[in-house]
Design a protein around this ligand. Structure first.
Ligand code: M6R
Length: 616
């Protein structure tokens, strides 16, 4: 969950590292720190609890001596609270070695006991400091950080990305990874390391993804990769397909505001070039593993949070269009219940970051069981994408705000493309349906643009709800995942109690929550929808209104049946069933953001969270 940066080259290392940390801060923002090897071969470092700005302010008043080799870290606390001492880097070899760590060292207590017996003193509560002290001891023996790293990783259990520098080896940064991400940025006379490409995309678009159980050593002119036994290994090269400005706020008040405004574009980019004449879906990246889709007996989506809600919509669509049974499981539940998974199972993981540890572990579990694995992912070169049999990229562009928005829409669209692709391959989708969906896809970006324009009204609503302590969300069929997504956004952004319910479940318990003044958002299906759900949801509205609820309906523009029963209607353009949720979710994304703003909260970096959850 932490952000990690390493640099060797002729630029100001302090600037490169702090700039990289600013772009990675979404990964964790409890504390931050930096270490630099100075031209006189001294190691200088500084670290502070709090956001990166606290560290920056300190360094503006008392700058560190700059150099050409350095590492930096922005933390999401696992072991030990966010204090100055627990911030990274941690030092070893009497202050000459600095180490930063992302992940969890599961056997740190045992290692710590050994180190204490050997006379080492600890200055933090972290699991990471054991690695700094072990590396320091091994360095004294080997005089080489890479060799020392090989010896140390052999003793570590758990998940880690580690970066280390030593004052006696200027111009060298060594990284190692197991189950946590690490990417190399390839420059001219300089090289970079980062948790993801955002760390260095301002300087280079040439990158290499360091593989599982690999150690990488960068100097200004070389990148050397070995495995944990020290044997030569290869990292996977790729070109970053977005530039640095894509990860900038670009004048918006928050990344989240910018990313909501990019929802239409994220959808358009994910669809681009994939839907041809007559709605025929072309996904050459899937042909090798899914061309013969008749061999798939069922599909299980695995995902967490927002990605799981996107998967629910995908499962509904895929089952309907391809006739292949499709279900969704939370990644962290999936592998612990001994699920039936075999060679005829297609596991579809959905992850914006492609680094979510729970999802990665579920993918590995499924592979062991012989399943085919497909990753729907937004981040090039991410671990889950690389470890899956095939990857269907979403093209939402970098998503920096912790609350996922444009990635959600692009994930839903990608699952729909998958559903159509499968349905067309097994001849379950008629030419009429293909053509209709192609038209729907074409209309979608403009319709989404219309929804983004509801922002001003939603802001007003959020303004008068700033003191609200609880909001409920109801939806049915494709509206249900939207209700869940709306509730999650309020929890994570506005820190208030929020629940999403399947509207049909209301009478089975949740209706007891309704008391006068309770705010309820209701996602209403189109009255033109061929199912009879519209009438049922309108009845639900009447039931809760009769008990005093204040109803905000998200309903189709011309839906006269809803007007008399709702306190407020957010109008959605007419769309077919599977497009409705994509439109309905936009005002809920805006609402979460605006309610957080009305409460004066940090929109992009909500408390206790981090963008990628790379620990279990
Ligand atoms: O990177 P992923 O898509 O795997 O992340 C999954 C969830 O952690 C993520 O969607 C989370 O729920 C968001 N913060 C919700 O806005």
């Amino acid at each position: 969950m932490c952000g990690i940066v390493g640099y060797v080259g002729q630029r100001s290392t302090a600037q490169v590292v702090l700039g990289g940390l600013a772009r990675l801060e979404y990964r964790g923002y409890d504390s931050a720190g930096i270490a630099i090897i100075t031209p006189g071969n001294a190691l200088v470092s500084h670290k502070r609890a709090g956001k990166l700005s606290v560290l920056r302010d300190d360094l503006a008043t008392n700058p560190l001596l700059d150099g050409t080799t350095g590492i930096g870290h922005t933390r999401w606390a696992t072991h030990g609270p966010p204090t100055d001492n627990n911030a990274h880097p941690h030092l070893g070899d009497e202050g000459k070695l600095a180490l930063i760590h992302n992940g969890i060292i599961e056997n740190y207590e045992l290692l710590k006991r050994e180190l204490v017996e050997q006379g080492e003193t600890f200055h933090s509560d972290t699991d990471s400091e054991v690695v700094a002290l072990m590396l320091g001891r091994e360095y004294r023996d080997t005089h080489d950080v890479s060799t020392a790293m090989q010896r140390v990783v052999a003793r570590l259990e758990g998940a880690f990305t580690l970066l280390a520098v030593h004052a006696n080896q200027p111009g060298v940064v060594v990284g190692a990874r197991r189950n946590s991400p690490l990417v190399v940025g390839l420059g001219e006379g300089e090289n970079f390391l980062g948790s993801d490409v955002a760390a260095f995309v301002a300087y280079t678009d040439k990158a290499m993804a360091v593989g599982q159980d690999q150690i990488v050593t960068i100097t200004p002119d070389s990148v050397t990769v070995v495995d944990f036994e020290g044997k030569p290994a290869n990292a996977t090269p790729f070109t970053v397909d977005w530039d640095a400005s894509a990860a900038d706020k670009g004048g918006w008040s928050s990344f989240m505001a910018k990313e909501i405004s990019e929802e239409p574009e994220a959808v358009a980019n994910t669809l681009r070039g994939r839907v041809g004449a007559g709605g025929i879906v072309t996904l050459p990246e899937l042909d090798a593993v899914l061309g013969d889709s008749v061999s798939i007996s069922r599909i299980i989506f695995i995902a967490c949070g927002t990605a799981a809600y996107a998967s629910m919509l995908g499962a509904y669509a895929i089952e309907k269009w391809s006739g292949i049974p499709a279900t969704v499981e939370l990644s962290h539940e999936f592998r612990y219940r001994d699920p039936v998974v075999d060679a005829s199972t297609l596991i579809v993981s959905v992850s914006q970051s492609g680094e979510t540890m729970d999802t990665l572990m579920a993918v590995r579990y499924a592979k062991e069981k012989g399943a085919t694995t497909l990753s729907i992912c937004n981040t090039q070169g991410a671990t889950i994408a690389r470890e899956s049999d095939a990857v269907l990229y979403t093209y939402a562009g970098p998503e920096v705000a912790v609350a996922s928005t444009k990635a959600f829409l692009s994930q839903v669209v990608a699952t729909y493309l998958l559903g159509l692709y499968l349905g067309q391959h097994n001849d379950r989708v008629s030419a009429e349906l293909s053509a209709q969906l192609a038209q729907d896809f074409e209309d979608l970006p403009d319709q989404l643009e219309e929804m983004v324009q509801t922002g001003a009204r939603i802001k007003e609503l959020a303004g008068w709800m700033a003191d609200t302590r609880s909001v409920l969300f109801l939806g049915r069929h494709v509206g249900y995942p939207v209700a869940l997504e709306g509730a999650l956004k309020l929890k994570e952004l506005a820190y208030i109690h929020a629940e999403g319910f399947a509207a049909g479940e209301l009478k089975h318990g949740p209706i007891a929550l309704i008391e006068p003044g309770q705010i309820v958002f209701v996602v209403v299906p189109s009255p033109r929808d061929p199912s009879s759900l519209h009438a049922k949801v309108v009845s639900n509205i009447q039931e809760i209104r009769a008990r005093g609820a204040r109803v905000i309906a998200i309903a189709e523009k011309a839906d006269a049946a809803v007007l008399p029963h709702a306190d407020e209607v957010i109008a959605v353009p007419f769309a077919s069933t599977f497009m409705e949720p994509l439109l309905a979710v936009v005002p809920l994304h805006i609402f979460g953001m605006e309610l957080a703003a009305a409460k004066g909260l940090d929109i992009d970096q909500p408390r206790n969270l981090a963008k990628s959850v790379t620990v279990e």
